[in-house]
Write a protein that binds this ligand. Structure first.
Ligand SMILES: Nc1ncnc2c1ncn2[C@@H]1O[C@H](COP(=O)(O)OP(=O)(O)OP(=O)(O)O)[C@@H](O)[C@H]1O
Length: 370
């Protein structure tokens, strides 16, 4: 794609990354990321500390230069000087406010001088429900109000793209939850395209249209939160996003059987290189149920009270452990002998060599719009 393509109709994908690599003095921080972001989409990048999330977002923001691969923003390759001149995709970070400026001055900061400036500033404040706060200084606002002003500042110039790196990290848990829902509603109302980095699973679930799970500089999986939770592609994605235990499984006629129960066997799982003793099933705590039974298959080891539910750790007779979710009313003391079994309607996902055997891969395919 060349810079002249900018005059064509805007492609559906505002960002296309192909095999993007970034090294820091020989350290390979981003290792071949291929992905795309659709216009108006909220994509959350999630992953453990040091997995390359910030580096990747910084390459898109041109704060870091990628050494290999291609990043195309709004139809223009990032390596192209034209990108810098035209600024087609304005990128904004949701950062700290200027303490010496009022709310109005903070919001107007990135706006061009002119007659539209006051109107755009007022509209942005209205969007975040802070119309009456224009004359205040940041220290006269609560943490949540400050974040809303930062959001208004980011949205005021109507950018094509908003980049956020851990935007809610300075807020307490209660405020974070409430603000996230508000922010998502505002972003959707504006139709803004957003890429946001976080290591907070709840934040990812609440904000994302799609999430990219990063591990050691690579995207392990890209999909909706439901896709990643229900159909993790890899053991890493399964364990990073939610709680998951893995149990050995074997083919038993028409069934795939494990210590906690069986599910119908699917021919789609048969691969020529596979042997049955390499098979495992992933069980999440909500997949499992249990009841006290002397002839059962395990013993309660630990109970964790988590408010609405109890999370039990059960030592199975094989020596393996699984976690089982129960209602807050279901109390079993450690040492209680129980039968642990698959909850009706839940299908544990089969895995082989750390990769899921799914009928339909949850991976999104690369776009064909370029
Ligand atoms: N300027 C730099 N020079 C050298 N190495 C760096 C630099 N910035 C980051 N790194 C290294 O690159 C790797 C990825 O860092 P990055 O900040 O992208 O990770 P992250 O996933 O955002 O982590 P966190 O969640 O802790 O912020 C880390 O090992 C880090 O130490």
């Amino acid at each position: 794609m060349t810079p002249t393509d900018v005059n064509a109709a805007p492609p559906d994908d505002i960002i296309i990354c192909r095999d993007v690599h970034k090294w820091y003095d020989g350290f390979h921080a981003v290792r071949g990321v291929t992905t795309y972001v659709k216009r108006g989409e909220v994509v959350i990048i999630i992953g453990p500390s040091g997995s390359g999330k910030s580096t990747f977002i910084r390459t898109i923001n041109r704060l870091e230069r990628h050494e290999r691969g291609q990043i195309i923003v709004d139809g223009i390759p990032l390596t192209c000087a034209e990108t810098y001149r035209r600024g087609l995709a304005q990128m904004v970070e949701l950062g700290a406010l200027f303490p010496h400026l009022t709310v109005a001055q903070n919001v107007a900061f990135g706006l061009e001088k002119g007659r539209q400036r006051g109107r755009l500033m007022a509209e942005a404040l209205q969007l975040v429900n802070l119309e009456g706060y224009a004359a205040r200084y940041p220290h006269q606002l609560s943490g949540g109000q400050q974040q809303r002003v930062a959001l208004a500042r980011a949205l005021a110039p109507a950018p094509d793209l908003i980049l956020m790196d851990e935007p809610f990290s300075s807020l307490d848990a209660g405020l974070r939850g409430q603000l996230r829902a508000e922010v998502r509603a505002i972003l959707k109302e504006r139709g803004a395209t957003v890429i946001c980095v976080t290591h907070d699973q709840e934040e990812a679930m609440q904000l994302a249209d799609r999430m990219a799970v990063m591990n050691e500089g690579r995207i392990e999986q890209l999909g909706s939160p439901e896709q990643v939770f229900n159909y993790p592609d890899t053991r890493f994605a399964a364990e990073f996003f939610g709680t998951a235990d893995f149990l050995p499984a074997w083919r038993d006629g028409a069934y795939l059987t494990s210590e906690v129960g069986r599910i119908p066997w699917s021919e789609a799982w048969a691969t020529p290189s596979r042997t049955d003793d390499e098979l495992q099933v992933m069980v999440r705590p909500d997949c499992l149920d249990m009841e006290p039974e002397e002839e059962g298959n395990g013993v309660v080891v630990q109970r964790e009270f988590l408010g609405a539910f109890n999370l039990y750790s059960v030592g199975l007779d094989s020596g393996r452990r699984v976690q089982v979710m129960q209602s807050h009313l279901a109390r079993f003391d450690p040492g209680t002998r129980v039968r642990t079994f698959l909850r009706e309607g839940h299908q544990p996902l089969p895995f082989i060599d750390g990769q899921a055997l799914v009928d339909e891969p949850a991976y999104a395919t690369e776009p064909d719009s370029s």
